[in-house]
Design a binder for this molecule. Sequence first.
Ligand code: NAG
Ligand code: NAG
Ligand code: NAG
Ligand code: NAG
Ligand code: NAG
Ligand code: NAG
Ligand code: NAG
Ligand code: NAG
Ligand code: NAG
Ligand code: NAG
Length: 557
Amino acid sequence: MKEPLNSAEAPITQKLIKQISNVCFSVFVFAVLIITVIAITYQPPDPWLESAPALTHLFTQVENATFKDDSSVLKTGEDFSLPPALAPSSVLQPITETVIANYEHNLTSNATLGPTACAEDLEDGVNCSDPRVLIAIERFNLRLFKSIVFLEYSTPVNGSKPNQCDVAWKFRNRKEKSWRKYRDFRRFRIGLGDDCAYKVIGASGWHSGVNARRPRPRPTPANRNPKISAPYRDSEINDTIPKINSDTNFRRGRYLYYSRGGDYCKGMNHYMWSFLCALGEAQYLNRTFVMDLSVCLASQYNPSGKDEEGKDFRFYFDFEHLKEEASIVEEREFLRDWKRWDKNHKRKIPVRKVASYKTTPMQLKKDRSTIIWRHFDAPEPENYWYRVCEGQAANNIKRPWHALWKSKRLMNIVSEISGKMDWDFDAVHVVRGEKAQNKQLWPHLDADTSPEAIVSKLQGMIQPWRNLYIATNEPFYNYFDKLRSHYKVHLLDDYKELWGNTSDWYNETTALNGGRPVNFDGYMRAEIDTEVFIRGKTRVETFYNLTSDCKDGINTC
Ligand SMILES: *[C@@H]1O[C@H](CO)[C@@H](O)[C@H](O)[C@H]1NC(C)=O
Ligand SMILES: *[C@@H]1O[C@H](CO)[C@@H](O)[C@H](O)[C@H]1NC(C)=O
Ligand SMILES: *[C@@H]1O[C@H](CO)[C@@H](O)[C@H](O)[C@H]1NC(C)=O
Ligand SMILES: *[C@@H]1O[C@H](CO)[C@@H](O)[C@H](O)[C@H]1NC(C)=O
Ligand SMILES: *[C@@H]1O[C@H](CO)[C@@H](O)[C@H](O)[C@H]1NC(C)=O
Ligand SMILES: *[C@@H]1O[C@H](CO)[C@@H](O)[C@H](O)[C@H]1NC(C)=O
Ligand SMILES: *[C@@H]1O[C@H](CO)[C@@H](O)[C@H](O)[C@H]1NC(C)=O
Ligand SMILES: *[C@@H]1O[C@H](CO)[C@@H](O)[C@H](O)[C@H]1NC(C)=O
Ligand SMILES: *[C@@H]1O[C@H](CO)[C@@H](O)[C@H](O)[C@H]1NC(C)=O
Ligand SMILES: *[C@@H]1O[C@H](CO)[C@@H](O)[C@H](O)[C@H]1NC(C)=O
């Protein structure tokens, strides 16, 4: 049931032929040319259907289709090599050796600098604002952190000792296929090399350069891209809810509105699969999607073991990015504007109600109603949103995976954890939980993920005493203690302070939640575990590496 990729444009083309007059014919030819080029180069496979053949199997058996997603690796848009999301205009160029060498060349040829350092007495301390200090630090970082793309440095400032300099920079991780930037600041000890040039003789860890922490408002020599001026601060993640503003704007819009369906309170993979179907239909119809930001988190992710309503989409996903990628309006805003319009005007807003998913998106394409309102009142499984995208519709609707990224607030925790290990770690994903207990579907999983079995398996794959990050749904913290005599073991719970009540995450999510603290739940844990795992150098998966059992139960692989 792979989504066909090439046929979407053909019917549109035929319709266009009928509509466009001869005058416009050359425009049309040009458009077809472009569409053809796009069709050839732009063929995003649906990432899940690519990566998890077993899901295909699930979707062909739509009856009671459930998504067993309690322990899988949770991939979202930033993890796939999809057509890159449109980067904002402020995307920075990586600082490579070429860039540094150019800068150095300009510096020396202009001779605005003092004599080289050997002539001075370093006992007075290093002049951290000397551009040559920054160059030494940039080279040092490039050599040390190969998995990082450095984007922008601030001018180094004094550390706590005369030969120390603190410097901050923005970076991306090569493993993340988004343009999002993260921030680090470290402390460096500066000395002199044989050639009298500055040299880094030591560096401290993640976020050690506290004097450089404050973003500097002024552009600096290090800030070589003159277009960038505003400092990047994450307290400014802008995931406010957009407003429609005025009655006329509201009336002019075209909306696609989905009532809550049977998807509510199902697992998160089911949620994404359905949500992206709806968003894909909205894009196909060239309509604004009316979005319910309130999410029901299924029991398997909740410490309480119960479904919990009233979770905010923004706890889990990047709403700012979604706003940039897709046309959406928040449900409550939308309903308020709709009511207000109908109260103030004799002519009501035209609404087309659609009772069943069996009315296809293609049948709605020509509908001019302001609002198309899909209802999902049939009994399960007839009331799942994603059923709209089945059958013929699958040829026309593409799920916009690139619009769905993980929450930047969670990704900051991911950077923090991998940064604390200097991005130099290996990772193992250990699936246990319900699957390990279900001997019928996964007969060997429990034994193959016992501490002894993991130790003996890993010894052939990972060098002793490496940093080893264990992504797992095993709740017992000491379960992996046997590995500690071979590796430097890191578990998510070792980093509790990153979401504890003194953390940025806590502060920001509390604010988002109207002042009430937000539980750090199992889905957030799984998102972070996934992303840290992906950043590991050697990655060992449970299925295919630790055990020969199949991911989705016996005989599914
Ligand atoms: C689907 O689930 C319902 C209740 O959850 C059950 O009554 C029904 O038998 C199931 N159908 C199939 C085909 O498994
Ligand atoms: C060096 O100077 C040239 C012009 O002389 C300029 O184009 C280039 O951007 C400069 N390079 C850096 C890294 O400042
Ligand atoms: C010297 O500096 C000026 C700006 O101060 C710059 O425009 C010029 O390109 C530099 N010269 C060289 C040779 O890089
Ligand atoms: C930084 O250190 C140097 C040398 O130790 C000193 O001369 C300078 O005043 C210091 N600058 C600041 C801003 O403290
Ligand atoms: C440090 O270097 C900067 C840039 O070269 C220079 O402007 C400044 O005067 C120097 N400060 C000291 C104390 O030497
Ligand atoms: C946040 O984004 C909205 C658009 O979604 C924009 O209207 C608003 O000005 C932005 N706020 C800030 C502080 O950038
Ligand atoms: C999509 O809708 C917008 C405004 O609602 C309109 O400007 C645009 O021309 C439409 N595009 C297509 C392909 O229909
Ligand atoms: C934070 O949590 C700790 C332990 O859970 C508690 O003792 C402390 O009072 C809390 N602080 C705040 C500001 O809530
Ligand atoms: C978050 O921190 C800022 C400053 O550190 C503080 O002013 C604000 O009240 C905090 N917000 C919450 C919800 O704790
Ligand atoms: C895990 O299994 C996959 C598929 O068999 C293989 O490509 C990969 O090299 C294995 N990983 C390790 C660390 O051995």
